[in-house]
Ligand binder design. Structure first.
Ligand SMILES: CC(C)(COP(=O)(O)OP(=O)(O)OC[C@H]1O[C@@H](n2cnc3c(N)ncnc32)[C@H](O)[C@@H]1OP(=O)(O)O)[C@@H](O)C(=O)NCCC(=O)NCCS
Length: 162
């Protein structure tokens, strides 16, 4: 468990399901994970699901997935609630995700972002991620849109000796 100002960062448990589900609903529209999926992700052995708690509420989370014998981890999701944004929590959580991935023996972390998601792309860029590949039509259309949206694949090499 890690303290950051008045916030605590720790792995999610099933007791946090209501909180992470509420955060998910608030942060994503078309890309929101279902409650069932979140339950699975919290329980999954090959994942790190970290949450930030402030005053007992889940205000941010990050999910990292691992595959057996793979040196590349996947940053599956990151979300910071509206009221907690712009204070460096996203960067802090990315750093925690990288530490977790190194701890699992991974040498790189990959993520995807919607091309139009400026906040996310800037966050990853500030954290040292390279935009490796364009992913045409990777994301479903947003609400009230018809066309699928392109994605960007991001990657950061993790060097535990630095
Ligand atoms: C993307 C997200 C996680 C950023 O969280 P955050 O805690 O506000 O991010 P930080 O405060 O750590 O910001 C880090 C950097 O990202 C950039 N950034 C963050 N929000 C931004 C925005 N709205 N527009 C442009 N740049 C932004 C800034 O460069 C910032 O650093 P700086 O303020 O020193 O310049 C948050 O906006 C979010 O949860 N969005 C909705 C869910 C989502 O899109 N998740 C990503 C899916 S890939």
């Amino acid at each position: 468990m890690m303290q950051r100002d008045d916030a605590v960062i720790r792995p999610a448990t099933l007791a946090d399901l209501d909180g992470v589900h509420a955060l998910e609903q608030a942060c994503f529209d078309t890309d929101a994970q279902s409650r069932r999926s979140l339950r699975y992700l919290i329980s999954r052995a090959r994942s790190d699901f970290l949450i930030v708690l402030a005053a007992g509420h889940v205000v941010a989370d990050v999910i990292v997935l691992y595959r057996r014998n793979a040196g590349v981890a996947r940053l599956y999701s990151i979300a910071v609630g509206d009221a907690a944004r712009g204070r460096g929590l996203g960067l802090t959580l990315l750093g925690e995700a990288e530490i977790a991935a190194v701890g699992r023996g991974c040498h790189a972390l990959r993520a995807e972002a919607r091309q139009a998601n400026k906040a996310s792309r800037t966050l990853f860029s500030r954290a040292g991620y390279c935009e490796r590949e364009r992913l045409p039509g990777y994301y479903p259309a947003r609400a009230r849109e018809t066309a699928r949206e392109d994605g960007i694949r991001l990657e950061k090499l993790l060097n535990p000796t630095e």
